[in-house]
Design a protein around this ligand. Sequence first.
Ligand SMILES: [Zn+2]
Length: 69
Amino acid sequence: MGDKAESTNHPFTVHQEGTKLNPGDEGDPSTPGMAENVCRKCNGTGKIGGVECPICGGTGVVYEEMGGA
Ligand SMILES: [Zn+2]
């Protein structure tokens, strides 16, 4: 049927299941204390100089450990 979902043009990838971590992630998102933060390297754009940010994998967000002061 013509049940084609809308094309994936969204700038932000929907949260994906799995444990694929990016270099900027400090731990698995499912780990208690982990919080989603804007990637400081690309400021959440997911790109640096027109190329995919290697830190956040182009997602614009990284998972960092919360807590502490
Ligand atoms: Zn980034």
